[in-house]
Design a protein around this ligand. Structure first.
Ligand code: WT7
Length: 633
C-alpha cells in the first residue's frame, strides 16, 4: 500500500487536517508524489469558483492505468487484483492477478484502437457487473478515450439521451445480465437506443449468457472474436492531468441528467487517497463494495481507488437476496472479505428478513464496515454494527457525491470517533461549511444549514459535458465563492457532520438519484397527461419513494389502466428503477400566481402529514389543496 498516504491515528488526522487548510498545495503536492507521473506538474492548483476553473497538477503528464496496473507489476504482479463472484453461487468465481488484469486491459485497449477509437473519443459502456466492465473502462483510459458508463437498468431512451449528449462513437455491451432469479436483455435495449444515435459506428458485444442476440452487419462485433490473437501489450497514451477521464451522467433538480466530467490527475490522486484512508486496507486484505459500477461509488471504490492502491477487490454480479437474504454474508465468508461497503437501503431490506440469515455466518474476517448513498437511520446502523460487525468493526459513513469524485466526510478506518447517523469529520483537504438562507457561514453547533465547500479538492467535477454554464449555474451560483452540494446538514459541537438529505428537487430512491423534473418529463410523454408533479416521500426500505400527482384532460375512468400507462411511460423513458410507487390523478396542482408548483404542500400530502400545510393563501386556487388531500393515496 502507499504508506505515506495513510493516516494512522486521530492525532495525525488533526495535524494533517490543519496542514491541509494552512497550505493545501503542500498537502496535495506531497500526496501526489506517491504516483507515477510521466512529467511532474508546474503548479499544484490554479482555481476560481466563479467561472469555475479548477486546474490540479497543471502541466503534469500521466496515464492512470499505469498507476492502476503497471506500477504494481513488480511487487504485486501475482497478487489478486480482482475476485469476481457470480450471481449464481453454484457458478465458478473468477480471479485475476494484477498481471492478468494488466494483460486483459492492454489486449482490449488494442481492440479499441483497431476500431479507430482515439484519445478524446467517447465510449459508452452498458454492461453487467462482470470483470469485462472493469476491463473496458481501464482499456478506454489506457488509450485516452473517455468512458461513459450507463447503469444497466436504464431504458433505451435513457441510453440514447446519454449517448447523444456525449456523441459517443462506440458502445460496449453484452447479450444480457443475471440479476437474482431474473435475466435481463441488454443488447436488445442497446439496439433500440441506437436507432436514434447516429454518432455510434461500432458496437462490441460480450457474450455473457450465450443468448445469440441479433448482430447488426458492419456495426456489431463479438468481444471474444476481437480479443483473439490481439497483443497483450499496449503502450499507455500520455495524458495531461486535466484531460478528461470519464463522464458519468447524474440527475439534478432541473432538466435532463447532466454529464459530470472527471479528469485524469486529480481524480487519480483523490480516489486513491480517500480509499487508502477511509478503508485502511492492509496488503493481504480483501475489500468489497456492493455498489454497481454504473454509479460513482463503483467507479471510485470498485475500480479506481482500490486498484490504484494495489488492493484486492471483490466484485459481485448478484443481489443481496438471491438465492436467499444471506447472500452478502455468505460471500463475505467465502472470500474472507475484510472491508465491506454497502448502502443503508440494502441493510434495511435485509433487516426485514430477520437476523437468522446473518447469524448463520461467522463474518470473522470483517475488520471494517462502510455505508454510503443516503443517510443511515439509527436502527439500521445498530443492526449493521451488532449483527454484521459483531460490535468489533467500526462503521465508516461515507458522504460524497458523483460530483465530488470521492469521499468528502467520513470516519477513517477505526481511528476516528464514531457517532451513529453522523458521517463524521471532513477528510484532510476538504473544507466544508454550512450556510444559512442568506449565504452566511453558520458557526454555532447543531444548526441545520446548506452544505457547501469553500475550497477545491482534486476529485471535484470540472464541468458538465458540453455545457459549462450549467455546471456554473448548478453548483457555483447559489452562493458565490462556494461549491453547493444540494444537501442540508448539521454539525455538532465537536465538528462532526450529520447529513439530513437533499434540499433541492432531487429524490434518493434506494441510493439512486432522480430529479423530479426528469420523472415529470417522462410522465408527461403520455399523450393523456397535461402536467404532473413528482415528490419524494419517506419509505421504510428505500429511504425515499416516488409520489406522482398527475393531471389528465379529465379524471381517468379506469385509473388502474391509466396508472399502467404512466408506469409504461416512466419505464420506457428512464427505466424500472424510477417507477413512482404512488400515482394520484388530480384535476389541478397547487400553484402560486406566478405558476410555480408548491411542492412543499405536495410533499406534506405525500408524507400523510396534512395537519400543517402552511400558508395556502398565495395559491392561484387554494381549493385544489382540499381536493388533493381528499383523494390522497
Ligand atoms: C447524494 C449523492 C456518494 C456516492 C453514492 C451516491 C446522498 C450520499 C451519503 C451519506 C447521507 C448521502 C446525498 C448526496 N448521500 N452519501 N453517507 N449520508 N447522504 O452518489 O448519486 O451522486 O448522490 O447522495 O444526498 O448529495 P450520488
Amino acid at each position: 500500500m502507499m504508506k505515506s498516504l495513510r493516516i494512522r491515528s486521530f492525532e495525525e488526522y488533526k495535524e494533517k487536517y490543519a496542514l491541509s487548510v494552512e497550505n493545501p498545495e503542500t498537502f496535495w503536492g506531497e500526496i501526489a508524489e506517491n504516483f507515477t507521473w510521466k512529467e511532474k506538474w508546474d503548479q499544484v492548483l490554479d482555481w476560481n469558483f466563479d467561472e469555475p476553473k479548477i486546474n490540479w497538477f497543471e502541466g503534469a503528464k500521466l496515464n492512470i492505468t499505469e498507476n492502476v496496473l503497471d506500477r504494481h507489476l513488480e511487487k504485486r504482479g501475482n497478487k489478486l487484483a480482482l475476485i469476481w463472484e457470480p450471481n449464481d453461487p453454484k457458478q465458478r468465481f473468477i480471479r485475476y492477478t494484477y498481471r492478468e488484469l494488466h494483460e486483459l486491459v492492454c489486449q482490449f485497449a488494442n481492440v479499441l484502437k483497431k476500431k479507430g477509437v482515439v484519445k478524446g473519443d467517447r465510449v459508452c459502456i452498458y454492461l453487467p457487473m462482470i470483470p469485462e466492465l472493469t476491463i473496458a473502462m481501464l482499456a478506454c483510459a489506457r488509450i485516452g478515450a473517455v468512458h461513459s458508463v450507463i447503469f444497466a437498468g436504464f431504458s433505451a431512451n435513457a441510453i440514447a439521451d446519454r449517448v447523444n449528449d456525449a456523441q459517443a462513437k462506440l458502445v460496449i455491451t453484452a447479450d444480457g445480465l443475471n440479476r437474482g432469479a431474473k435475466q435481463i436483455p441488454l443488447k436488445r435495449v442497446v439496439d433500440e437506443a441506437l436507432e436514434s444515435c447516429p454518432s455510434v459506428k461500432e458496437v462490441i458485444v460480450y457474450d455473457s449468457l450465450a443468448w445469440m442476440p441479433n448482430m447488426v452487419a458492419n456495426r456489431d462485433s463479438w468481444w471474444h472474436e476481437l480479443v483473439d490473437n490481439e497483443s497483450k501489450v499496449c503502450e499507455a497514451e500520455v495524458m495531461d492531468a486535466e484531460d478528461m477521464l470519464f463522464i458519468l451522467y447524474t440527475s439534478g433538480s432541473t432538466g435532463n441528467p447532466k454529464g459530470v466530467v472527471h479528469t485524469c490527475g486529480g481524480y487519480m490522486v483523490y480516489t486513491a487517497y480517500t480509499f487508502q484512508n477511509v478503508y485502511q486496507c492492509d496488503e493481504s486484505d480483501v475489500y468489497w463494495s456492493s455498489a454497481d459500477i454504473g454509479w460513482i461509488t463503483g467507479h471510485s471504490y470498485t475500480v479506481y481507488g482500490p486498484l490504484l492502491t494495489g488492493a484486492t477487490v471483490l466484485m459481485f454480479e448478484g443481489v443481496p437476496t438471491f438465492p436467499d437474504p444471506g447472500r452478502f454474508w455468505q460471500v463475505i465468508d467465502k472470500h474472507s472479505v475484510n472491508q465491506f461497503l454497502t448502502a443503508p437501503t440494502a441493510l434495511r431490506s435485509l433487516m426485514a428478513h430477520g437476523e437468522d440469515h446473518v447469524l448463520s455466518y461467522s463474518l470473522d474476517s470483517l475488520k471494517l464496515l462502510g455505508t454510503v448513498g443516503e443517510p443511515i437511520n439509527d436502527e439500521a446502523w445498530k443492526w449493521y454494527h451488532l449483527h454484521v460487525g459483531k460490535e468489533k468493526c467500526a462503521i465508516v459513513d461515507n458522504w460524497w457525491q458523483t460530483e465530488t469524485g470521492g469521499i468528502m466526510i467520513s470516519g477513517l478506518g477505526n481511528i476516528s470517533p464514531m457517532k451513529p447517523t453522523y458521517a463524521g469529520f471532513p477528510l484532510p483537504g476538504v473544507q466544508p461549511v454550512l450556510l444559512n438562507q442568506e449565504g452566511e457561514e453558520i458557526q454555532e453547533a447543531d444548526v441545520e444549514g446548506y452544505l457547501c465547500m469553500k475550497f477545491p479538492w482534486p476529485g471535484m467535477l470540472r464541468t458538465t459535458y458540453g455545457d459549462h454554464e450549467r455546471c456554473k449555474a448548478t453548483y457555483f451560483s447559489q452562493y458565490k465563492g462556494y461549491y453547493f452540494s444540494g444537501d442540508g446538514a448539521k454539525r455538532d459541537k465537536n465538528g462532526m457532520y450529520r447529513i439530513i438529505g437533499r434540499i433541492d428537487d432531487v429524490i434518493n430512491v434506494s441510493g439512486h438519484r432522480f430529479g423530479t423534473a426528469e420523472i415529470e418529463n417522462a410522465i408527461n410523454t403520455n399523450s393523456k397527461v397535461i402536467e404532473s408533479a413528482v415528490v419524494g416521500f419517506p419509505h421504510p426500505v428505500k429511504g425515499q419513494s416516488i409520489y406522482a400527482f398527475v393531471v389528465c384532460e379529465k379524471l381517468p375512468e379506469d385509473p388502474i389502466q391509466a396508472r399502467g400507462a404512466i408506469v409504461e411511460s416512466v419505464v420506457s423513458q428512464i427505466g424500472k428503477i424510477a417507477l413512482p410507487e404512488k400515482i394520484q390523478f388530480v384535476t389541478g396542482l397547487p400553484k402560486t400566481r406566478s405558476g410555480k408548483i408548491m411542492r412543499r404542500i405536495l410533499r406534506k400530502i405525500a408524507e400523510g402529514d396534512i395537519s400543517n400545510l402552511g400558508d395556502t393563501s398565495t395559491l392561484l386556487d387554494p381549493l385544489i389543496v382540499d381536493e388533493i388531500v381528499e383523494s390522497a393515496l
